[in-house]
Design a protein around this ligand. Structure first.
Ligand code: WT7
Length: 647
């Protein structure tokens, strides 16, 4: 195993403070159903989704692991999220409560959302967007972003949302890979009172010949001047103005693509994770409904960005398909002050709050006086996602945010899984702080050793999923071979998640963290290879090895070990230049916190860089096994030099 066993305190158990008879019965019933007959369970769950035509087979395994769900079924995701709510009383219910960073606020009822989605879909259609076209969305956290996603879904045009924090280079790469002819963006986005020039980034991304992009749709957010290229760029409001009040949703096959979302892997090239319509909608609808014990009167807030899978599944498709009210916050948690989140919860009387451990650690650091100054009594349920939550952080969250009234759902899942796979349920009797607990009903996971046997209780191994699940990704866009190699070839017929985990005798699952060369920085996934390939682009750099170093708030921070070419020296200026290069190629989220120059890097006899030894040095651990090193002296030298720098 690449990862060392983490030091965990003896697990405590916390009794569910809000256990209700009905919710308890639901959890027991679902777990039993899921266990007895998972396919029957998923067949039952599919009834909650609106189909134009019923499916005739739940799961087709004939081309496994290219699984197909709900064969023959026809539906539209935007119909499910919008149309089906406007026939009854829900038309007047808030679908989206938007809070701008500056304190401006907008509420869109389901009727409002219906109108906007229809008009935009129709306007896009007139611009030439049709079924099967990939539309890239590069937008701030504003209602227009949700409208854009749903309008694409309505037209059967898969969206590819690119996180607004990515640089123009990263955007260009994703646009090209997806051969996207349309981009929807904004003039800019607001962050900590400053603006980020999204449109300008798009302009740069489209420079140079051979860009597939024909039209760029631009909404206004910051109001700053942007250049509009005649014939290519068009204002969002003009597209809306051309749109009809009603745009017939495309009747999609269950297995037609709903979206692509790029995510980092172990090579320099991001993976286009492809999700389809039927299984995804059933999966996110069901997991949202039961994991968050969805109630009509809830005000639900997920703090993720729509640029990540969490935003797709649990800001847009899951909640809206359930007819929930979802809060969309544009900005950062410390603007204008460190109590911004708590003032939002107080302002809208949020009842379900879903955030990341990295954020909770930040809140802990800022101090409990910030939440204590606000009325958080509306909260009834909490959620956590993105990385393991340390037990002490879980307990702080439970106490200072949840007031010891709210169960905490620690949801383990991935961009690939589309939906929660391991999570407690609000009907469970107790929780173990720090553990993601148990598979969602109908989901089958296990922890295996190298030989493919289940690990003994308490031992660490690889997290695998043993049976297909409806919201699973179907392939990697344009790269089925990589899909097979990355996920399905380690253990025949099982999905390899890439995480290390432990399983207790009672079935409690602890997810420990990535076991591949993928970092988790503030809950964002970044491949070490992506950063390394940027660093070696620099003329002074011969070789680079990137590692994740334990970080109090971010979970991991990026540290780079770099060897320079003959005659080059590791100056402060070079450090600054290299950091800047990474930011411009990928985005600020990948900026190395530390760059360390070394004459050599530790390698095995076959020439593979041993990153785990570098991590041991950076974290001050006892250096792990060095017997496979070509030259053990290298590691001694680095350790000495690193120690003297740090000291
Ligand atoms: C990786 C997936 C799923 C949405 C956010 C990240 C880590 C995620 C948990 C959790 C422990 C977690 C895993 C996973 N992770 N949730 N509750 N406990 N680890 O999506 O970028 O696809 O990253 O995030 O390492 O493999 P992603």
């Amino acid at each position: 195993m690449g990862n060392k066993q983490q030091n965990m305190p003896d697990p405590v158990r916390v009794d569910n403070p809000a256990l209700e008879q009905g919710v308890r019965e639901t959890a027991v019933k679902l777990r039993r159903m899921g266990q007895d007959d998972p396919l029957h369970f998923w067949a039952e769950m599919s009834r909650d989704v609106a189909w134009y035509r019923d499916w005739n087979k739940v799961l087709d395994q004939s081309e496994a692991p290219f699984y197909r769900w709900y064969l023959g079924g026809r539906l539209n995701a935007s119909y499910n999220c919008v149309d089906r709510h406007v026939d009854g009383w829900r038309r007047n219910k808030a679908a989206i409560i938007f809070e701008g960073e500056r304190g401006d606020s907008r509420v869109l009822t389901y009727q409002d959302l219906y109108r906007e989605v229809n008009k935009l879909a129709s306007g896009l259609q007139k611009l030439g967007v049709k079924r099967g076209d990939v539309v890239t969305i590069y937008m701030p956290m504003i209602p227009e972003a949700v409208v854009a996603m749903l309008a694409c879904a309505r037209l059967g045009a898969p969206h590819s949302v690119v996180f607004g924090g990515f640089s123009s280079d990263a955007l260009r790469e994703r646009i090209r890979d997806a051969r996207s002819r349309f981009v929807i963006t904004a003039d800019g986005s607001l962050r900590r009172g400053k603006s980020v020039p999204l449109k300008q980034n798009v302009d740069v991304a489209l420079q140079g010949g051979s860009s597939p992009v024909e039209k760029v749709i631009v909404t206004r957010r910051t109001g700053e001047a942007v250049s509009m290229e005649v014939g290519r760029d068009i204002w969002y409001e003009d597209v809306l103005a051309q749109g009809e009040l009603y745009c017939e949703p495309e009747v999609m096959d269950a297995e037609d693509a709903l979206f692509i979302l790029y995510s980092s892997g172990t090579t320099g090239k991001p993976k286009g994770i492809l999700h389809t319509t039927g299984g995804y909608m059933v999966g996110v609808h069901t997991t949202y409904k039961y994991t968050f014990d969805h109630r009509e009167e809830d005000i639900y807030w997920c703090t993720a960005d729509i640029g990540w899978i969490t935003g797709h599944s649990y800001i847009v498709y899951g909640p809206l398909s359930n007819g929930a009210t979802t809060v969309l916050y544009e900005g950062s948690p410390d603007y204008p002050a460190q109590d911004r989140f708590w003032s939002i919860i107080e302002k809208y009387r949020v009842s379900i709050f879903y955030t990341a451990p990295t954020a909770v650690r930040l809140f802990m650091k800022w101090g409990e006086q910030w939440p204590a100054a606000h009325d958080l009594s509306s909260l009834r349920l909490l959620g956590s996602v993105g990385e393991p939550i340390n037990p002490e952080v879980w307990l702080w969250y439970y106490k200072h945010i949840g007031g010891e009234r709210c169960p905490v759902m620690d949801t383990w899942w991935q961009t690939e899984t589309g939906m929660f796979l391991v999570t407690p349920l609000p009907g469970d009797e107790s929780f173990v702080p720090g553990a993601a607990m148990r598979p969602f009903p109908g989901v089958d996971v296990d922890v295996l050793n190298e030989q493919g046997e289940p690990v003994k209780a308490g031992e660490q191994g690889y997290l695998v999923v043993k049976k297909p699940w409806p919201a699973m990704f179907r392939t990697l866009y344009n790269d089925p071979e990589r899909y097979l190699n990355t996920y399905w070839r380690q253990y025949e017929g099982l999905y390899l998640a890439g995480d290390g985990a432990k399983k207790e005798a009672d079935g409690t699952i602890w997810v420990i963290g990535r076991i591949d060369d993928v970092l988790n920085v503030s809950g964002h996934r970044i491949g070490t290879a992506e950063i390394e390939s940027v660093l070696v682009e620099h003329e002074a750099v011969a070789e680079a090895a990137v590692i994740g170093k334990k970080h109090e708030i971010k979970g991991q921070s990026v540290a780079a070990f770099v060897t320079l070419k003959e005659g080059c020296s590791g100056t402060e200026e070079l450090v600054t230049e290299l950091k800047r290069l990474v930011v411009s190629r990928i985005g600020a989220l990948a900026r190395p916190e530390e760059i360390f120059f070394s004459a050599e890097l530790p390698k095995t006899r076959s020439g593979k860089i041993m990153r785990r030894l570098l991590r041991d040095i950076a974290e001050g651990n006892i250096i792990g096994d060095t017997t496979t090193l070509m030259d053990p002296q290298v590691i001694t030298n680095i350790k000495e030099k690193y120690g003297s720098m740090a000291g």
